[in-house]
Design a protein. Structure first.
Lengths: 245, 245
DNA sequence: CGTGGCATTGAAAACCGTCAAAATCCGTGG
DNA sequence: CCACGGATTTTGACGGTTTTCAATGCCACG
């Protein structure tokens, strides 16, 4: 179904070779020369998580950021009223944990939605190294800035789109991120529940389900539980541009 | 009305002395010793804006970030449908422009909502300097992380609160930020229109107006156009905890 | 003193949430 | 391997909240 990119592993120890990682063009390692890549290698260790396991929790002390090697994560926050609010879904090549820098404590939970592997980068070492490697510094700043921009896109989605627009945008976004990573952009398994999608998009799970059914009836997508096919991407895009008011 | 903090200015030239700025405990200069502050001084120039003037626009090339010295700003994005979406309101001590790092172009517009002054920091120089001054590097990272966390708080607001909760949260947030800066936390002038508030909170201007009127009738706040008094802060806070569902 | 932007208020409609029930899926243990 | 039970998803009917549309009022500014 998903045509996975094979990950070259010289051995199954905890060391990771950024220099040989096929994600290095997506990750912090972008633009580093070989010598600098080796320094990055020395800093990074690998960690595996089973589905459902948490990488960190809100309130945990912050000492590292994580690059996702394989797998799929969600980040969420428990609001004061005890409701879970999903703040993001992350996949291979994306960075987790940057929210913790501001207060030295993580403010959200990060949970693996499938069996996953991350690269752990001790933050003090990353700071140290990025003072010496200009392109690492620049790349790190770009990643933080990108997260700011991404969060703002979501603010726009939450602030100005109606339910079906949000869900169309969500599917197109997922599809595009799959494509970038070499997976099929037109069919994939959702790793999250309808409730988690709804929480992320500011909707109730029933609304998500209804929109999926409607898109299905209109021939825009195929839906079989968590298995989704994008049948008419242009049709989905049209839902976004079509100003309702 | 607003009891302004007086800004000591040795002259009205374009140089700025971070070392003498009364905002240095809010700004990037936190934790720097005198020697490092002088280096920061050398990098920074001042810029004044009239109400309504734009500091930068979406699409502008990114070469600097800005620390607000005095005044009040909004950032916004024009969506594809041509609607303005406000992404934030910023006041003294806060940093503008970090969204531009990721693509070397600004993704939003920054507009002064009153006559304002900013400190311009050329980004390449800031990168250079933060490779040499550890506490500047750390402070800069904390500011970026704080923006990520702030954006996530807004996502929660937009994703899980109803209209009146959002507006109560908005007023309390403004009030608290005024207090931190030495202004009155219980009475202030809004610098933005109802429409801009609504855009920021994902509501229509009529809904904002109605909530203000309702809070007014309940004795929670005083409203005379843009002049707001917080009469019962606890009452406003109570609106947040009270889970509606 | 008039004009135009901004704010307030009302009534009706649209959209999404709530509640409820049934169907389907998945993992576990027999 | 199959059966079971809990979690997840789908679907329907209804109600509430917010938007939409419209009219009026207020204020700042020229």
């Amino acid at each position: 179904m998903d045509q996975k990119v094979t990950i070259p592993l010289t051995s199954n120890n905890m060391r990771v070779a950024c220099s040989e990682c096929n994600l290095r063009e997506l990750c912090l390692a972008v633009g580093l020369d070989d010598e600098d890549l080796y320094k990055l290698d020395d800093m990074v260790t690998k960690r595996k998580l089973k589905r459902g396991q948490q990488l960190y929790r809100a309130g945990d002390s912050f000492d590292a950021i994580y690059a996702i090697r394989t797998g799929f994560f969600k980040t969420d926050i428990l609001t004061e009223e005890g409701l879970e609010q999903v703040t993001g879904f992350q996949m291979a090549g994306e960075i987790l944990g940057m929210d913790g820098i501001s207060t030295d404590r993580h403010v959200c939970n990060a949970t693996a939605l499938e069996d996953s592997e991350v690269c752990l980068m001790p933050y003090d070492q990353l700071e140290e190294l990025s003072r010496h490697i200009k392109s690492l510094q620049q790349q790190f700043h770009k990643f933080m800035s990108r997260e700011i921009v991404r969060d703002q896109s979501l603010m726009i989605l939450l602030g100005s789109m109606r339910a079906e627009e949000r869900i169309a945008a969500f599917l197109l976004n997922l599809s595009q991120r799959m494509r970038v990573r070499g997976y099929s952009a037109s069919e994939f398994h959702l790793r999250m529940t309808r409730e988690e999608i709804g929480s992320y998009l500011g909707l109730k799970l029933e609304t998500v389900s209804r929109a999926f059914s409607k898109f299905h009836d209109e021939g825009l997508i195929g839906v079989q539980q968590k298995y989704i096919r994008i049948l008419n991407a242009d049709g989905l895009k049209a839902l976004l541009n079509h100003t309702p008011s």
